[in-house]
Design a binder for this molecule. Sequence first.
Ligand code: 6GU
Length: 290
Amino acid sequence: MRLDVITIFPEYLDPLRHALLGKAIERGDLSVGVHNLRDWATDVHQSVDDSPFGGGPGMVMKPTVWGPALDDVAAGTGKASQSVELESSLPHLNKPRHDDVKEVERTPYEKREHRDGEDPSLPLLIVPTPTGKPFSQEDAQAWSNEDHIVFACGRYEGIDQRVVDDAARRFRVREVSIGDYVLIGGEVAVLVIAEAVVRLIPGVLGNKRSHEEDSFSDGLLEGPSYTKPRQWRGMEVPEVLTSGNHGLVEKWRREQSLKKTLERRPELLDGAVLDKDDLAFLESLGWSTR
Ligand code: 6GU
């Protein structure tokens, strides 16, 4: 997978070189280009923003800078071919870790996002904005199959809307939000989205089966987990987990997952696939379907 990020704070994207993503870069599963938007500025001050038409506070990012930047990054031409290629921070490819998955079964998520009227061969352009559609695990799964994702980081009060409208000719454009709060710019959102997507590329973090137990993958939150020692600061690991009875362990985990979801995110239960044992358990906790 190829990621390109356009930003006025290239150093903000440095975390993409570390840990899991750095490892994906080393393995050749991922390459990341970071582009400084100011490279496409045309005036002596390299300005990228201007005051909004219609008045009001803040500044709006200029279409005359963003347009050529997106053109170049889409095509890998001009200034886009001279920008920083992230290198892994950790040369640890030759040192396998104890939790590396052997003989990884490289089964990708089948899903690939398709919208009517869109050319599926176009790269994906993700524009992080608090006014976007909420980013979800389902998006992460679909986007883990992409060949090329470009991220456009806006700052200030946003990017001139015509940039996004025009970009739809060369990209499949998605405006997304990572939650109901306001960040200064899209950079941190890009880190969030890139990490969620890249960990689902087959072979980057275990295999597809190891993701199937993630929170949200079955519409529920994951329950608690435990490791050695069996007793710690006067607290015991739940007995069922050391019983060796896999059936009972599975039942317990399912119930813990249902219980946590009911306590913290009851609205998720409406969209989850629940069998009659699940429903009986939830009802025993006082849950009622409306
Ligand atoms: Cl994706 N971008 C910005 N700038 N702020 C946000 C956001 C994204 N999601 C929530 N707040």
